[in-house]
Design a protein. Structure first.
Lengths: 369, 148
């Protein structure tokens, strides 16, 4: 299946004008893409791309294809190839059609990036953020946010006066999101087959509103969605966000919460700041915090399994805005995302050998075109 | 236009304390131009910025706007980004990456020279672009007055 998927994509690419990326002529089809590679080394636990022995395995590449027709219709698709320690997989990030009625109203249908918070729509685009990975307290595999929905949505921008604008999204359909299962399963005394569980939520209704202010680069917003989780109860997500991007500064902060009725509550928060010393060198700092609770285990034996607190420092070199080398140090307290391999987690909790603190050095490169 | 003369023009505009020279364009180093058949004769800087950032996609008569940029390494584009969009090129690049990879829109067409921009504007009634202020325009193209 993976080989066939790659062959199909190569056929599409070869049939497209080779100057598609250069924008020198009017084009009905344009190609863009992004990719990354990371090496991580930790003091014991596995976390993101890092392991105690050092891991070179994580690489990815996504191809963004946009076709326009008659100024009103756009068809957009983005497959992504992910190379990990356990092999390569292909994902369809999104594939949808958009019809433009006006700047105030556009209609989208298909598999669409879920508009929630600042970064769900650009989840894997490393050239749009100072750290290699998004803050895990909000964007980690805990089920706070999903990457996409399958259904129908409307979007647009409405201006108020000369300098205020509200960019909105409203959507409905179904959602799938990945949860890293082992910490919750071990806390509840349950076993698991696959450490990554695909949570499906049906009959979702969601919305996001982002306010652009008269201060250039300053915007804030709110997001929400609710639906019925398959095999469980109602799932509801809420989020608020603030962002200031201007000149050398990049400052972001978000809070998100998730409730699955009679099952789970989770709250995550982060604040991140980055500063360009010059066009190439950038310093960055981030703090994020997540706590979650399980209805079945109100007082778990290993509370670190449901907690994540992290401080990260970063130093980046931007060859250009489309190519960057990143070096970061991460100090993590908690085991919601950092811990021994999934198959060893339960044993380490029972034996009392679970390391609750993780330090990681991460080197990565990210690029886009 | 050489880099040195473009820089001198911008510096002289700043030092003169003129209202950025938008009314006649002569002191900014570039002119914003549209097709001669376009009924629009003047726009604010903010309105021009919205057109080139594709936040506004239609003219007042409902026709779709066709903004045309210049190459990202051109002096004219860097000056235009700084003075009209009020962002540097890295901020603009990030903005378009955000738009592209969130599936929202694509950057404007980019031409390789002032002459190519003029030819495109002449051939497209809904187009808007910018060229160095000494670029010969000929028939079919007019300068837009930009006010702040």
């Amino acid at each position: 299946m993976r080989g066939i998927s790659a062959l199909v994509m190569l056929s599409c690419v070869s049939s497209i004008d080779s100057t598609a990326g250069a924008q020198e002529t009017e084009q009905r089809v344009q190609l863009h893409g992004f990719g990354s590679w990371a090496y991580g080394n930790t003091n014991g636990n596995d976390y993101l791309s890092g392991s105690e022995d050092g891991r070179y395995d994580d690489a990815s590449f996504a191809l963004n294809v946009v076709a326009t027709h008659a100024d009103r219709l756009r068809v957009v698709a983005q497959p992504e190839w992910l190379d990990r320690e356990d092999g390569t997989e292909v994902e369809l990030d999104y594939a949808f059609a958009e019809w433009t009625f006006s700047d105030k109203l556009r209609l989208r249908a298909g598999k669409v990036k879920q508009p929630f918070g600042i970064s769900t729509e650009v989840f894997d685009v490393g050239t749009l953020r100072p750290f290699s990975e998004l803050p895990q307290a909000v964007y980690g595999p805990v089920g706070l946010v999903g990457e996409s929905y399958k259904g129908i949505g409307i979007a647009g921008a409405i201006t108020f006066g000369q300098h205020w604008e509200v960019v909105y999204d409203v959507y409905g359909g179904g959602q799938e999101l990945e949860e890293y299962l082992p910490p919750e399963a071990v806390a509840e005394g349950e076993t698991f087959e696959d450490p990554i569980e695909l949570e499906r939520t049906k009959d979702i209704v969601g919305a996001r509103a982002v306010v652009e202010t008269p201060i250039s680069g300053l915007r804030f917003g709110a997001s929400a969605y609710t639906g019925n989780e398959v095999g469980s109860h109602r799932r509801t997500g809420l989020g608020i966000q603030a962002e200031y991007l201007a000149g050398p500064w990049s400052i972001r902060s978000e809070y998100a919460s998730e409730t699955v009725k009679d099952d789970l509550d989770a709250d995550g928060f982060y604040v991140e700041a980055a500063y360009h010393l010059d066009p190439h060198w950038q310093l960055a700092v981030q703090y994020d915090h997540l706590k979650s609770s399980l209805a079945a285990v109100p007082d778990p034996a290993a509370p670190s399994l449901l907690k994540h607190e992290e401080v990260a420092l970063g130093l980046n070199y931007w060859w250009s805005s489309d190519f960057v080398f990143k070096l970061s140090y991460h100090n993590v307290d908690g085991n919601r995302f950092a811990g021994p391999p999934p198959t060893d987690l339960a044993e380490s909790v029972t034996a009392g050998t679970l390391k609750t603190k993780t330090n990681m050095l991460l080197v990565s490169t990210q690029f886009s075109f | 236009m050489t880099k040195a003369s473009a820089t001198a023009l911008r510096l002289s505009a700043l030092l003169s304390c003129a209202p950025l020279g938008w009314a006649d364009g002569a002191n900014t180093g570039f002119n914003v131009i549209v097709n001669a058949a376009n009924p629009v004769t003047a726009l604010s800087r903010d309105e021009v910025a919205r057109l080139f950032l594709k936040k506004t996609t239609t003219w007042p008569n409902g026709s779709p706007v066709a903004p045309v940029d210049q190459r990202s390494d051109s002096i004219g584009r860097q000056a235009f980004c700084r003075e009209v969009l009020q962002k540097d090129m890295s901020e603009i690049s990030s903005y378009w990456n955000q738009m592209i990879f969130s599936g929202r829109t694509l950057p404007p067409l980019a031409k390789g020279s002032d002459e190519d921009v003029v030819a495109y504007i002449r051939a497209n009634p809904n187009a808007i672009g910018y060229v160095a202020d000494r670029t010969p325009l000929g028939q079919g193209v007019k300068i837009l007055t930009i006010h702040d």
